[in-house]
Design a protein around this ligand. Sequence first.
Ligand code: HMG
Ligand code: MG
Length: 300
Amino acid sequence: MPLPKQVKLVEVGPRDGLQNEKQVIETETKVELIHRLADAGLSVIESGSFVSPKWVPQMADSAEVMQAINRADHISYPVLIPNMKGLEAALAVDAKEIAIFGAASESFSQKNINCSIQESLERFHPVCETAMDKDIKIRGYISCVLGCPYEGDISPDAVVEVAEALLQMGCYEISLGDTIGVGTPRKAQQLIDALTEKTPIEKLAVHFHDTYGQALANIYACLELGISTIDSSIAGLGGCPYAAGASGNVATEDVVYMLNGLGIKSGTDLEKLIVTGRHISNSLQRQPASKVSLALSKLS
Ligand code: HMG
Ligand code: MG
């Protein structure tokens, strides 16, 4: 199969990236980051999370962030939602897209959202019904699709089961989370093959954390099968506070560099992404975890 000519990038930096930071991040810093990402051409920017502030304090100001950003009509700004309380908070700030998040691993589901996979699906039902009534788009995440920090290997069948449940509830897209970055290209392809027996590939997105340095290879392997939606995080920020050992997502800059080299359009401006990645990294007092950004900084 030929590689796709164009992909959609889902930028998760302001949510997945910043949820794991130890230091307090000012609301203005988050708002500026989202504006810069929009200016760099990203059309989907996950902008916050309406979860319990006791569980994830870094996302406690998501309502303020959503109210402060200048939203462009052509850009979607999804927010993470675990339950009805989260949905109500998202509706109060006029969110137009939400992301519900389940897991293919029972232990991770318990650690992350304090309930079993089945209970989580039951919780998502009313969330999806209400969201659909209000014309809110729903994205579905599945975590631990290629391995779990508590259970080790996860079978593709477990992922297929959760994906079908989320699609039936009304998710327009399923993002496959390699939460702790343990996946390798062949395994990633086997998972996509298992899912596409019943699900059109257009409904699947990949979400690779780069803990073991496999993310770009995994993305390429999935592009070969026709995947055309890729989650990434500016400056490689990211991690899940409830997944031991989870490190950053694949860096948006590195994904765009690879896509540019392959002649695949993403609608983004690599220079602006690099500047944005350096800017947020400076605010967090560290170097960007983007190989491309670091290599170019040594040349300039
Ligand atoms: P719980 O303690 O079982 O919930 O947590 P509860 O219903 O018993 O409520 C406990 C308290 O939380 C109550 O407050 C509720 O009001 C409050 P209290 O009476 O104690 O003052 N509460 C809320 N507050 C604000 N917003 C809400 C909300 N819900 C309850 N929506 C819960 C269950 C799901 C809330 C909790 O476990 C939670 O918030 N977990 C979120 C964990 C999380 O955000 N993890 C990171 C995101 S997932 C991820 O990063 C993976 C991903 O990137 C893909 C991948 O890489 O694999 C997406
Ligand atoms: Mg993630």
